[in-house]
Ligand binder design. Structure first.
Ligand SMILES: [Zn+2]
Ligand SMILES: [Zn+2]
Length: 262
């Protein structure tokens, strides 16, 4: 499986580094060029031709940092594509998207235009625990512990599999299901705040480095590449230091504009 990281942070920011300016963008992972996992960053990182290849979009939840690429993608493509793009998520996510974003006030209803017969987007409801196949990849949504209805995902094809935490606080079912998959190679676990902000992490239902280590232990596997992602850019340096101090084998911090082959 080919995973292109369009964005992997918990907010957008332009950071200054010794090597020059450095951008952080919210989460969007493009699988095999056709399946988008979360839609925080899309159109600013893909050519129009690359955008046209997207057939399915899977959303972990409705929070703005995970959906904000959708309106511009629809705007770019609505007159350009032969078939609607399928947007899949929990019913609460799809209904919320239509009610709060594509409601003709905030943005046009791209679930009905340019024509009701061939809109830019069509919707598909995901059922927790049920496998759905999109673009040749099997997706299992598993509910996780966030402030709104949210799923993490187990994503697999015949040769490899990965687990994506979505936004979550301490959770169990996702790790329980993932650790039973023999060809699981990779885990993406969110890590939004430094340990000093554990109370905000608890209230907003996100992880810190200490909590990430606790969640990773639940996977109980020593053959997994672990990537921390969804760092809030304002605390990046502190989070990086604390992640290094964990000395977890195989732990890396995910960076955007990289492509992973698993
Ligand atoms: Zn988020
Ligand atoms: Zn969230």
């Amino acid at each position: 499986m080919n995973i292109r990281i369009l964005g992997c942070y918990g907010s957008d920011a332009l950071l200054q580094r010794a090597t020059g300016p450095y951008t952080c963008n919210t989460c969007g992972f493009l699988l095999n060029g056709t399946l988008l996992l979360d839609a925080g960053t899309v159109a600013t990182k893909l050519s129009l031709n690359e955008q046209k290849q997207i057939r399915h979009i899977i959303l972990s939840h409705l929070h703005f940092d995970h959906i904000k690429g959708l309106p511009m993608l629809a705007d770019n493509l609505s007159e350009q594509i032969d078939a609607s793009i399928v947007v899949a998520g929990l019913p609460e996510v799809i209904q919320g998207l239509r009610r709060h974003i594509f409601n003709t006030d905030v943005y046009p209803d791209f679930f009905s235009i340019p024509t009701p017969e061939r809109p830019a987007f069509t919707s598909s409801y995901l059922k927790p625990g049920s496998i759905c196949s999109f673009s040749g990849v099997d997706i299992t949504p598993i509910p996780v512990n966030h402030t709104v209805p949210t799923t993490g995902f187990i994503v697999q094809d015949r040769s490899s599999a990965f687990v994506y935490s979505g936004d979550t606080y301490s959770t169990d079912e996702l790790w329980h299901e993932a650790r039973q998959i023999p060809h699981l190679t990779t885990a993406f676990i969110e890590c939004s705040y430094p340990n000093s902000m554990r109370e905000l992490a608890r209230i907003s239902k996100h992880l810190t480095p200490a909590l990430l280590a606790q969640e990773f232990r639940k996977l109980d596997r020593d053959d997994i590449s672990l990537y921390a992602y969804h760092l809030k850019p304002a605390y990046k340096d502190e989070i990086l230091r604390e992640l290094r101090e964990l000395h977890l084998p195989g732990l890396e911090v995910l960076e955007e504009d990289q492509t992973l082959t698993i």
